[in-house]
Design a protein around this ligand. Sequence first.
Ligand code: ZN
Length: 279
Amino acid sequence: MLLAAGNASAANPAVWTQDQAPFRIHGDTYYVGSRGLASILLVSGEGDVLIDGDLPESVPKIVEHIRALGFRAEDVKLILNTHVHFDHAGGIAELQRITGARVAASEASAPILRDGGVGRDDPQRGLIPGIAGVGTVESVRDGDTVRMGPIALTAHVTGGHTPGGTTWSWKSCEKDRCLDVVYADSLTPIAARGYQFSDSTHADVRAAFARSYRTLESLPCDILLTPHPEVSGFWGRVARRDQGDGGALEDKAACAQLATSARQQLDARIDAERAGRVR
Ligand SMILES: [Zn+2]
C-alpha cells in the first residue's frame, strides 16, 4: 500500500481501478495493470510470466489486457509477486485458477501468499485487508534465477515494506538490443497505528531497509518499474516516449534515485516517531 495516512476502511484510490490500455514496455515486457497498480507480463513463446495480480477486482481487466495484446491468459505459466499486500497480491489466487500457473515467491512471502491474510510481522498488519490464499506456492531464495523459456528473472529480496518484499530483474531484448529491467518493490515505511520503525525490536526491519537500498543502488538498471507506477515517474516517461522520445523510459540512475528517496522517507519517519508525531 502506498498511502501513508488513513485507516483500514478508507476507500482505495480511484486510480487503482482506473483502466489503462495495455502496451509493450520493451522487448518481451508488457504493462497489463491499471493506471495505479502495475502488473507486468513477460512473453517468452514457451510460457509467459505475470508479476503481480493487484486487487481481486483487477483480475478481469488483467486477463482482458493480456488478450488485447494478442496473448492467451492460459499461456501464463508462472505468477510472481513483489509483496504480499492486497493491492499487489489480492488477485493472484483468482489469476492462478484462471491460468493454472505455478506461483513462486520469496521464502518470507510464500507462506503468506499460500495461506492468505496479512503477514504476522507485516508493519501494516491491522491496517490493511488480507488476501485470499493461493494454496500452493514455491519459494525462491534471494539471488535465485527463475527461468521460463529464454527469460531469466532474478529475485532480489528487498524487505522493509514487508519482510519478504522482492525486486525482480531481467533482461528484455529487442532484436540484439538488451536492456536491464528492474521491477523494484515498494520501499515505503508505512505501518499500522502503534508500530514504530524506530523501536528497538524493529532493528531487523531497519537493517532490511538498509540492505534493500544497497541492492537497488547496485543493480544494473536501464528501465525502472514500480508496483505503484507514479513512484518511479513512469507515466511521465511513457508520455514522453509516446511523443517521440524513443529512449524516454530509460534512466540508468533511476534505481539509485529510488533508493535515495526511500532512505530519506525512512529517516523522516524515524525522526517523526522520535518527536512523537507518529504513534
Ligand atoms: Zn504494500
